[in-house]
Design a protein around this ligand. Structure first.
Ligand SMILES: Cc1ncc(COP(=O)(O)O)c(C=O)c1O
Length: 390
């Protein structure tokens, strides 16, 4: 198992669900990949090298997910893959069913389709993060084009019963899309066994370079391009491929066999961290504790502490954490995912998302918890002094 380097020397990074540091082996491979600078579409010798780099990467990504390479459409990231799944779908049906805790790249795409005249329904989740399967079943009809539920949630790490949901979708002739962005590299899965028709990935959540996403479209599912132009990706996504980024994602997917061991290691660290926080910080609580979760993710509420203030104080101490989805930081509104799970605004505003990665150590966790205890005590005593109480 490779020892990962840190993004900054003594800083501790616990925000791997936002993005991951680049794997050191990728940094070492980049100069070699850069020699393949030709256009993979060129038929002369300069294009043949890049073409084979691309072919090899595509094969490894396909192997990771248990599908065929030609079922993959390379995109610029997870957001584009999610947009393509919805907007590129060729169907006469005009109804979409989406879980209430999807990433904004799914929710906002669904809302855009609603503005275009489609019908969109959102399915509730409970405080554990579990989806209401009975409601889901009643919402899916013969009019439903697509059901979209993520494999694992970016904030709580909750893992959804995708196989069961795909069966419900298929029973009414609807297609099933699964945003697997947070699952890639953290848990093992096989898209064929899950029975999904479309699925999205993103390389930068798995120690690869930014700029590579993938939409899996099962053989037989037609997807119209959002980007028109050349014949790349079998006409489903035009534009010269981001070879370096794709090669790096393929390289990481080649590490499939390391995932169970890394997952067990991060789970142990995450559980140790939660145990210490729960024992040593009064008023701390894990969000959705009994649900099946990603091994690296912990979403916690710390009563009486403002999450954004906590984040900034921890940042000053050299700890990188998140209060919700990274894309919504700077937005003072509480996380829509936590609100959808039934947490109060106050609870959601006191939330902290800790997502561990392959380079983290027990020492990182202990240093972090020691700092957290001090910062929480300081913020709470300040709040009491200025009269807000906790
Ligand atoms: C569940 C989920 N889907 C999609 C995305 C978007 O991926 P990208 O940043 O590659 O566009 C993210 C990013 O946070 C995510 O967590």
């Amino acid at each position: 198992m490779c020892v990962m380097t840190r993004p900054m020397s003594s800083a501790v990074y616990f925000d791997h669900n936002a993005t991951t540091p680049v794997h050191p082996e990728i940094l070492a491979k980049v100069p070699e990949w850069l020699t393949s600078w030709g256009n993979p579409s060129s038929i002369h010798a300069f294009g043949r090298g890049p073409k084979s780099v691309l072919r090899e990467a595509r094969q490894k990504i396909a192997d990771l997910a248990g599908v065929q390479p030609l079922e993959l459409i390379l995109t610029a990231g997870g957001s584009e893959a999610n947009n393509l799944a919805f907007k590129g779908l060729t169907t006469k049906r005009k109804h979409f069913v989406v879980s209430a805790v999807e990433h904004p790249s799914v929710i906002k795409t669904a809302l855009w389709l609603r503005a275009q005249g489609c019908r969109v329904d959102f399915v509730n989740v409970n405080r554990e993060g579990q989806i209401d399967l009975a409601q889901l079943e009643t919402l899916i009809t013969e009019e439903t084009a697509l059901v979209s539920v993520m494999l694992a949630n970016n904030e709580t790490g909750h893992i959804f019963p995708i196989k069961k949901i795909a069966e419900l979708a298929h029973a009414k002739g609807a297609l099933m899309h699964c945003d697997a962005v947070q699952a890639v590299g953290k848990i093992e899965f096989n898209l064929r066994e899950l029975g999904v028709d479309l699925a999205s990935f993103s390389g930068h959540k798995f120690y690869a370079l930014k700029g590579c996403g993938v939409l899996y479209a099962r053989k037989g599912v037609t997807v119209d391009p959002l980007i028109h132009g050349g014949a790349q990706e079998r006409g489903r996504r035009a534009g010269t491929e981001n070879l370096l980024s794709v090669a790096s994602f393929g390289y990481m997917c080649g590490k499939k066999s390391e995932i169970p061991q890394q997952a067990a290691r991060t789970r142990e660290l995450r559980d140790h961290m939660e145990k210490r926080i729960l024992a040593e910080i009064a008023g701390s609580e894990v969000t959705g504790p009994r649900s099946e979760r990603l091994p690296n993710t912990s979403s916690m509420c710390l009563a009486g502490v403002d999450g954004e203030t906590l984040l900034m104080n921890l940042d000053v101490g050299g700890f990188g954490v998140s209060t919700g989805a990274a894309c919504s930081s700077g937005n003072p509104e509480p996380s829509p995912t936590l609100l959808a799970m039934g947490l109060s605004r106050e609870e959601a505003q006191s939330s902290l998302r800790l997502s561990l990665g392959w380079e983290n150590t027990k020492e990182d966790v202990d240093r972090f918890v020691d700092e957290l205890i001090k910062v929480v005590a300081r913020l709470r005593s300040f709040e009491q002094k200025v009269g807000y109480g906790i």
